[in-house]
Write a protein that binds this ligand. Structure first.
Ligand code: ADP
Ligand code: MG
Ligand code: ZN
Length: 479
């Protein structure tokens, strides 16, 4: 059998740290980092007898996440104890949710090569994060830092609806974007605020039953998620082709060797002995409460995308790209208020800004300038003050230091030359120095004109107005 006879099946359990000020069951700060064990109290340190109190903001944020992902909201929810031993969780249990998650049966829409596809969400529940173990590099032992213990999380469990690593990346990016839009998390994957347990199985095409899955835990970069899925799917297919069975187990992805390794734990066979958390009351939500939160939701990417196409006549591609991140979308909206040119603004974001971010290996939330600067930049292009080549250079500058573009071009002397006299001087000089090209042009080689314009651009370091150059060269050559 060949590779194409197999279908890959993927389901994700995504953990997202909520950006509430305080932890889920106590009033300690949720701030990332800090001196080890400086954001702790008897409750999140699991002192015997300490009593948790549920942070109302956590419920609000989780309900927001549910509504933004088309979930139904459970009006009669509760917390449950999930019992297991982990050295970074001194309570020896985690307060989570078992059979009554706050949100259930939703979906998000992703764009794939074959058009839009819905990825179903089975549930979203709230739970507490664990502490962190720091393995001492000098081998003196392992230190525990409980600053993260009790930081609120939502866990978003998808149905096994994804069929390749691109769909998984699109799904993760969509969730990240939605959570950024509704402001419930900073979604910083490098800090672990957004991370995924990735479940992968393969089956022969046309088969009804899913294959046995393996799970890779706590993946927190798009690149590694994609690589790990591609590797793991190939590995499973090879095993099956050899006549072996896939064992249901947790794997560790090693990014250096680009391989998965068995962790030899039978976690999936574990019985967590869930039971209702006796120290917390049930969570009862009224229709009015849910309605109120629904009203607070900002305009979501799907709706923004539709509006950008209708109202601003952006192409499908541009509308898709600009709304793919709240940071792009907010930048766009602020900029067009100033320049009133959605098309150029959208294109600058999609081409140049995205390219620079990519080169810097940064995400859209790293952009420090605002729509004020971008809007002025577009206005400068529209007024013919700068060429698009200079606009690219101004953007590079904006990434290094936030300043008004008019100021940058003044300081750098990048203002476009568009007065007739100066353009004429340049044209005459270039014609004089390139007599062969002039002859070529007169002999019918139109390409010579492009060369002459190029020389003039070089001469003026890209500052000459290209339309004027073209026009004046033609005038002079046809004299
Ligand atoms: P558990 O409770 O053991 O974590 P679940 O049935 O809740 O298992 O599934 C956990 C995740 O694994 C879900 O995101 C689900 O979509 C995914 N999943 C389940 N079965 C498969 C499979 N055969 N292949 C790929 N993913 C799967
Ligand atoms: Mg699981
Ligand atoms: Zn605490």
């Amino acid at each position: 059998m060949s590779r194409d006879d197999y279908e890959v099946v993927i389901g994700l359990e995504v953990h997202c740290e909520l950006s509430t000020k305080t932890k889920i069951f106590c009033s300690c700060s949720t701030e990332f980092g800090g001196e080890p064990n400086s954001h702790c109290c008897p409750i999140c340190m699991a002192m015997p007898g300490a009593l948790p109190v549920l942070n109302e903001k956590v419920v609000e944020y989780a309900v927001k996440a549910g509504l933004a992902t088309n979930c139904s909201i459970e009006k009669n929810s509760k917390n449950d104890r999930k019992n297991y031993f982990y050295p970074d969780t001194p309570k020896a249990y985690q307060i989570s949710q078992f059979d009554k998650p706050l949100c259930y049966e939703g979906y998000v829409t992703i764009e794939t090569e074959d058009g839009e596809k819905q990825i179903r969400i089975e549930r979203i529940h709230i739970e507490e994060d664990a502490g962190k173990l720091n393995h001492d590099e000098y081998g003196r032992g392992t230190f525990i830092d409980l600053n993260r213990a009790g930081v609120p999380l939502i866990e978003v469990v998808s149905k096994p609806d994804m069929r390749n690593s691109q769909e998984v990346e699109a799904y993760m990016r969509k969730l990240k974007s939605i959570f950024e839009y509704i402001g419930i998390s900073d979604c910083k994957m490098e800090q672990g605020s957004l991370r995924a347990d990735v479940n992968v199985s393969v089956r022969k095409r046309g088969e009804k039953e899913f294959g046995t899955r393996t799970e890779m835990k706590n993946m927190n970069s798009f690149r590694n998620i994609v690589r790990a899925i591609d590797y793991e799917a190939e590995r499973q297919i090879e095993e099956i082709e050899k006549g072996n069975k896939i064992a249901q187990e947790s794997l560790r992805w090693d990014e250096i060797s680009g391989r998965t390794f068995s962790m030899r734990d039978k976690e999936d066979a574990q019985d967590y002995r869930y039971f209702p958390e006796p120290d917390l009351v049930a969570i009862r939500l009224s229709d009015e409460y849910i309605e109120k939160i629904k009203k607070q939701l900002p305009e979501l990417p799907e709706s923004r995308k539709k509006r950008y196409k209708e109202q601003y006549e952006l192409t499908e591609k541009a509308a898709n790209f600009v709304t793919s991140s709240k940071y792009y979308s907010d930048l766009f909206e602020e900029a067009i208020k100033i320049c009133n040119n959605p098309k150029t603004t959208g294109n600058l974001i999609m081409s140049d800004i995205a390219r620079i971010l990519n080169e810097r290996e940064e995400e859209p939330n790293c952009i420090k300038f605002t729509g004020k600067e971008l809007g002025e930049l577009v206005t400068l292009i529209d007024k013919g003050k700068i060429s698009s080549a200079i606009a690219k250079k101004v953007l590079e500058e904006l990434f290094n230091e936030v300043k008004m573009p008019s100021k940058i071009i003044e300081e750098k002397g990048w203002i476009q030359i568009s007065d007739e006299e100066s353009i004429k001087q340049v044209v005459l000089k270039i014609l004089e120095n390139n007599s062969q090209s002039v002859l070529d042009y007169k002999a019918g080689k139109d390409r010579a004109l492009g060369f002459l314009v190029g020389q003039a651009m070089k001469e003026t370091k890209g500052k000459a107005n290209p339309q004027m150059l073209n026009k004046m060269f033609l005038e002079e050559l046809n004299k």
